[in-house]
Design a protein around this ligand. Sequence first.
Ligand code: NAD
Ligand code: MG
Length: 390
Amino acid sequence: MKVQRLTILGATGSIGVSTLDVVARHPERFEVVALTGHRRLDVLAEQCRRFRPRHAVVGSSDDAGRLKAMLADIGTEVLAGPEALCRVASLPEVDAVMAAIVGAAGLPPTLAAATAGKRVLLANKEALVMAGGVFMNAVKTAGATLLPIDSEHNAVFQSLPADFSGDLARHGVRRILLTASGGPFRNTPAAELAKVTPEQACAHPNWVMGRKISVDSATMMNKGLEVIEARWLFDATPDQIDVVIHPQSVIHSLVQYVDGSVLAQLGNPDMRTPIAHALAYPERIDAGVAPLDLFQVGQLNFERPDLERFPCLALAYRALRAGGNAPAVLNAANEIAVEAFLDGRLAFQRIAVVIAATLDAVPVAPAADLAAVLAADAAAREVARVFLPQ
Ligand code: NAD
Ligand code: MG
C-alpha cells in the first residue's frame, strides 16, 4: 500500500480536527505534509507536535513568529499568508489535499490543488459555489480527482454508479435528492425567528460544526449552497436537484433512477464517515464511527422545505438559474450577512434580505476566470455592507 501524503487546509476547524482523527487511526496509510490554521495557534501547535508536518501555515507573519517559537524543537517550517496556502496545496510531494477552510478564503488554495492535479477532498463548498465553472475546468484539465466531503454530496457520490461519467441521463438518473435536517429552527414560527440569537442558531440538533456553517444551516442557505455544489459536482440542472427535509439526518442523500429505484447512503451524523470514505477511496477504512442502530433511530421522517420561513434556499436556486457570477455574489453577500449576525449587528431574518438586495444590485456577468470571480466577490461584499444596519 502506497502511503498517501496529505495537506490539510483548515486543520484547526471542525472538519480539520475530524480529518486528523481519522488519519491518526491509520498511521500506516497517511503522512501529514502540511497543516494550516488561521487563528487557534495552540491547537495548530499541538497538531504539529502530534503529526510532525514539514510545513505549517498561519494567517499573519506575527502568528508565524509565535508558532515558530512554540515549535522551535521540532523543525516544522512555519509560513504565513494566502500564497503559502496555495504553495502547500500544490507541493509536488503531496498526493491529496483536504480543503476545509471555511468561506471564500478557501478558494485560491483549493483551486491551486486542483490545478496541480491533486486528489482534492472538498469540504469547502463555498469554493465550488463561487467558481464552479472555473474549478471544474481546472479539475478536468489537470486530471485532478475531486471527492466530496459534504455529507450529502458524498452520499450522492456513493449512490451513483461507480463509473459515473458526469452524464446523469446516460446513467438513468432522474433526480438527486439532497436531505436537510431543517436546522435548529425547523419548527420555529416566523414571528419568533426575528429574535433568535447567534447561540441559538449555532446549536444544531444533529451536527457539531463551525459557526458559519451552523448559521447557514439555521437559515437553510447551507442547503442552497449545497444545491449549487451538486450542480457542479454531478453536472445536474437545477430541476434535477430537490431538497427534502429529513430531521433525523440519518439518510445523507438519495439518487432517484428512471426505473423507480432510489439509492441512498445512511449513517450516523458524523463527518468522519465521508472523510474516511474520501481519504481511502476506493477502499474502506474504519472511521471511528459507531455502527448505525436502526432500532434506536426508530423512524425516518420527511417534510417539504418551507421557502417562506427559509427564503435563503429560494435565493440560491435564483442565483444558480441566473448563472455567471450570481452564485459568487450570493456567497459573498451571505458571508457578510452571517458575520454581521454573529457579531450581533443584524437580525436573523435580515440575512436573506441583505442577500436578496445584493443579488438585485450586482449585475449578472460571466465568471470565466478566477479574476472575474474574485471581482464579483469583492463587489458583492461592498454592496452587501451598504445594506447592513448603519
Ligand atoms: P471551522 O470554522 O470549524 O474551521 C474553519 C477552518 O478554516 C479553521 O481551520 C480556520 O483556521 C480556517 N480559516 C478560517 N478563516 C480562514 C482564512 N481567512 N484563511 C485561512 N484559513 C482560514 O469550519 P468547519 O465547520 O470545519 O467548515 C469548514 C468547511 O467545511 C466549510 O466550507 C463548511 O461549509 C464545510 N463543511 C463543514 C461541515 C461540518 O460538519 N463542520 C460539513 C460539511 C461541510
Ligand atoms: Mg452538508
